[in-house]
Structures are given as C-alpha cells and as structure tokens.
Design a protein around this ligand. Structure first.
Ligand code: FE2
Length: 337
C-alpha cells in the first residue's frame, strides 16, 4: 500500500510518499515559506503554496519512482493550522484524489507529529511530549484516542523561545546547526532567582515567564543569565508534566516531537527523567521534528488500512482540530511494526 500525503498547515508545503514495505519513506519534498521581513502572513503563505504546489507534487512522484496508478490514497492535513494555508493543501489533495480516482484521507496535523515520532523512534506505546511553535502538550494513547494529559494555558514553548529571541534582538534566524539561539545564548549563564515557574494542575503557562525575562533584560540583567533561566524553567516545567503522565500511566517509553524536540538541553532533561523511571527515551528523528509531508502520508497510510477516508465534498479544513477529537483505530500499528 502506498499513500501520498500533503502538509500545508503553517510555513511548509510538504509532499511525502510512504509505503507499508521497506524502505517505507519514498519521497519527502518540502517548500518552506520564508518571509522577507517580519512574521508570517497567512495570505502570503497561501499564495506561495499555490505557486509551489504543482512542482512539489511532481517532484515527489519523480523522487518516489511511483506513478499515480501505484498510489492507494491521498492524505491531507485538514488542521489544525492557518485557514488560508490549509485550504491550499486541501484543494490540491481533493483535485488529485478526483483526478486519480483515489480515496481522500483526512489527517490531523498534531496526530501526524505523534505518529512520525513513534515511527522514527521505534516506540509502540510512548508518553509523548509535543512541543512546537504553536503547540505544547503531553499526550498518550488511551481507549482509542490520544488523550491530552497536560498543555499550555497560553503560548506554546516554541513561541516563548522565538518571541524572546526576536524581542531581545538575537533572532531571526532562530535556529542554526548548533541548535536554538536561546540555548546557545544560555551557555555560561547563571540561574537567576524570582522568575515564575508555573505548573497549574497538569498544565503549564509561559506568558508570565516571557514578561519576566523581557523585563530582566530591560533592567540590565546579563542576556546569558536570562536565556539560561528562561530555558531551564520552561524545559523543566514540560518535563515535570511528562513525568507525571509517565508515573500515572505506568508506560515504559517516552518520546518528544515537534520543532522544539531538536533542542539538546530539553532532550537531556527528558533522558534523565525517563531513566529515573526505568523508561526508554528516544526522540523523533531530527529531520522529521519539523513539519513535513512524510508524517501526513505515514498517518494517512495507517488510517487507510482501517478504512478511514472522507468524501472530498465534505473534507472541510478545521483550524482548531484537537488531537483528542480524533479516533485512532490503527494504534499501535505503523509500517514495519
Ligand atoms: Fe507542526
């Protein structure tokens, strides 16, 4: 079985092709939108996606060496994400499904981040910390769905790091080959007292921490000290919630996924925590931490095997589509498992 998947929820238009037989990943084409100045405008992203979509699909078919006839279904991320961006991917996917006479498979973008982590880390039933620019949650599978064990009450972890870096003038770019810019800036820093560490029940909150960090810089604190304090508190709070989920569920595997999953100090904390519970920790493969079409194709493939499809006429995009609203009948199956 072979599925082509389309990702277009944020800044990346991705097309992946995945098979249920080795080598599993047949193509991974990514077209990333880079604003010339400032942040991402949904309308501009959508027009960029429209320009590159045809080329991306063509390149994915070429790279995979398959023809439309070999493909069993077209998967698409219908949410959560930015409306105008989502609609481009949905339109392209519907058109391909119609033209090729193949089923259309609805995929939740967040569920896809979870599945690519299980797949690349080789973990069947882990507790998962999902941390990205727009998402921060601790989740694990229970009774047919991924359940949210804890999440952010305000901004996401990636948003916290990026906003701070931008406001104090050390980014963009936010990331280079040595990691996140805040982690690099923290080197040689010392921990500062009196920053808010907020874990309410199972949830975390970062807006107070962001305000405190920006205020500290303004009043002359050393940038390295602020960066270190910010990231120590932020990472420790998400690891604390992950640890509670692990202890509560008694599971024996842990992973981290999403754009922030590549941050080395966070991985180290997760590793230490998992070890103290006798659990295995393996993060998502670095190249699949960020948005990509492969994770959509992978999740679509698993879904199609269980008959999960959608009528193209009813395949609406959902900007706020939570992971705990999605049935996951294929769990824990993934290609190669
Ligand atoms: Fe994402």
């Amino acid at each position: 079985m072979i599925v082509l998947g389309i990702e277009s929820t944020a800044h990346t238009f991705g097309v992946g092709v995945v098979s249920d037989e080795p080598p599993f990943i047949l193509a991974d084409i990514r077209k990333k939108y880079r604003p010339k100045t400032g942040g991402i405008l949904p309308r501009e992203v959508a027009s960029f996606f429209s320009e590159v979509a045809g080329e991306a699909v063509r390149e994915a078919l070429e790279a995979s060496g398959v023809t439309p006839r070999d493909i069993d279904g077209v998967a698409v991320a219908l949410g959560p994400g930015m409306g105008p961006a989502l609609r481009v991917g949905a339109t392209v996917a519907r058109a391909l499904a119609f033209a090729w006479g193949k089923p259309l498979i609805p995929v939740n973008h967040a569920v896809a981040h979870l599945e690519i982590a299980r797949f690349t880390a080789g973990l069947r039933d882990p507790v998962i910390l999902y941390v990205a620019g727009g998402n921060t949650m601790v989740t694990t599978f229970l009774d047919g769905r991924y359940r949210v064990f804890g999440e952010t009450l305000d901004i996401a972890l990636g948003n916290l790091l990026d906003t701070f870096a931008r406001e104090v003038g050390i980014a963009p770019p936010y990331f280079n080959e040595k990691g996140h810019i805040v982690d690099q800036c923290a080197e040689g820093g010392e921990f500062l007292e009196d920053f808010p560490y907020v874990v309410k029940g199972q949830d975390v909150s970062f807006s107070g921490l962001l305000t405190a960090a920006l205020k500290a810089v303004k009043s002359g604190a050393r940038l390295a000290d602020v960066c270190l304090t910010l990231r120590e508190i932020a990472y420790a709070s998400v690891v604390e919630v992950t640890e509670r989920c692990l202890a509560h569920t008694g599971k024996k595997e842990v992973t981290v996924t999403g754009g922030v999953a590549s941050n080395e100090p966070l991985r180290a904390k997760m590793e230490t925590m998992a070890k103290s519970h006798g659990a295995v920790f393996r993060p998502v493969a670095r190249e699949y931490a960020v948005d990509n079409g492969v994770m959509i194709a992978l999740t679509g493939l698993a879904a199609l095997r269980e008959g999960v499809t959608v009528d193209p006429l009813r395949s609406f995009v959902r900007q706020r589509w939570r992971v705990d609203e999605v049935d996951v009948p294929w769990y824990p199956w993934l290609p190669g498992f």
